[in-house]
Ligand binder design. Structure first.
Ligand code: NAD
Ligand code: APR
Length: 251
């Protein structure tokens, strides 16, 4: 039904505000490998070599090859959003402005499932940026050290639009504000090894949010959550969202 703006406001004030943090685990069942599993990406690559500014300076070709392989994988038509991504899109449909999705994932499966209120705090695989001006562009193919951005004179090399270890995650002010105002903070598929994301649960709790961990197993920061459900994201996430929100919120 279409509501007038006053009714929209009343409806919004009655709904809880929900902040969701996702990590590699939510995309595992879509066929994208996580970082820290025994078959994870960090088993084959040294973080220092492929995911730090120093690694990029020392060997830009190696870093481009690592991200090119991951970008190619994302373009494979077999890689599709799963039931967990779809459940989060439904939740945003119902909650509107009371919903924010913070993802550490650099894939685009959340937007392909239909979410729009997303912060990619660790960047996006399908974007690159100028190493000098920081201008961000969409990028669908391989990136090579010979690809130059012509926004500067002389043209400058481009780098993946990814937050590497030791760099500042994106949109931290907006994230911190949303966490301070949240009624629910729900972490999905993240191991709790990487800060600042691993610390969000503690601040959410200090600010009074109900905190929920949905993961395959207890994470590194699992003891900080008040509610926990362990299992496959494609099963646990739709069930939790249905039971907690969709069955109770009038649409
Ligand atoms: P990191 O070096 O990526 O640091 C996080 C970044 O976020 C830093 O730039 C920091 O300034 C920034 N930051 C921190 N708190 C912030 C806040 N509240 N607001 C805004 N920005 C903030 O990560 P880290 O914490 O040093 O390491 C995370 C994990 O990654 C560790 O558990 C470590 O074991 C692992 N790690 C492993 C390897 C390896 O295995 N070789 C290498 C690096 C990191
Ligand atoms: N359903 C639910 N959870 C799962 C599933 C699944 N099908 N498969 C794996 N998991 C869980 C794992 O148990 C693990 O706790 O997802 C988590 C994935 O953890 P990581 O591989 O460490 O990924 P993430 O937490 O996103 O890593 C954070 O580290 O390397 C950096 O920048 C990179 O954004 C990344 C950050």
């Amino acid at each position: 039904s279409v509501l007038c703006s006053a009714c929209e406001e009343v409806k919004a004030s009655q709904n809880p505000s929900v902040v969701v943090l996702t990590g590699a685990g939510i995309s595992a069942e879509s066929g994208i490998r996580t970082f820290r599993a025994s078959d994870g990406l960090w088993e084959e690559h040294r973080i220092e070599d492929v995911a730090t500014p120093e690694g990029f300076e020392a060997n830009p070709e190696l870093v481009q090859t690592f991200y090119n392989a991951r970008r190619r994988q994302l373009l494979n038509p077999e890689i599709q959003p799963n039931e967990a991504h779809k459940a989060l899109a439904k939740l945003e449909d119902v909650l509107g402005n009371n919903f924010l999705l913070i993802t550490q994932n650099v894939d685009n499966l959340h937007e392909r499932a239909g979410n729009m209120r997303i912060i990619h705090m660790h960047g996006e695989l399908m974007k690159v940026r100028c190493t000098q001006s920081g201008k961000v562009s969409e990028w669908k193919g391989d990136l090579s050290v010979n690809d130059l951005c012509d926004c500067c004179q002389p043209p400058q090399p481009m780098r993946p639009h990814i937050v590497w270890f030791g760099e500042m995650p994106f949109e931290m002010d907006k994230i911190n504000q949303a966490i301070a105002e949240a009624d629910y903070f729900i972490a999905i598929g993240t191991s709790g090894h990487v800060y600042p994301a691993a610390g969000f649960v503690r601040s959410a709790r200090l600010y009074g949010a109900h905190t929920v961990e949905l993961n395959l197993e207890e994470s590194q920061v699992g003891s900080s959550f008040t509610e926990k459900h362990y299992g496959l994201a494609s099963e646990v996430v739709p069930k939790y969202i249905q039971d907690t929100f969709l069955n109770t919120i009038a649409t």
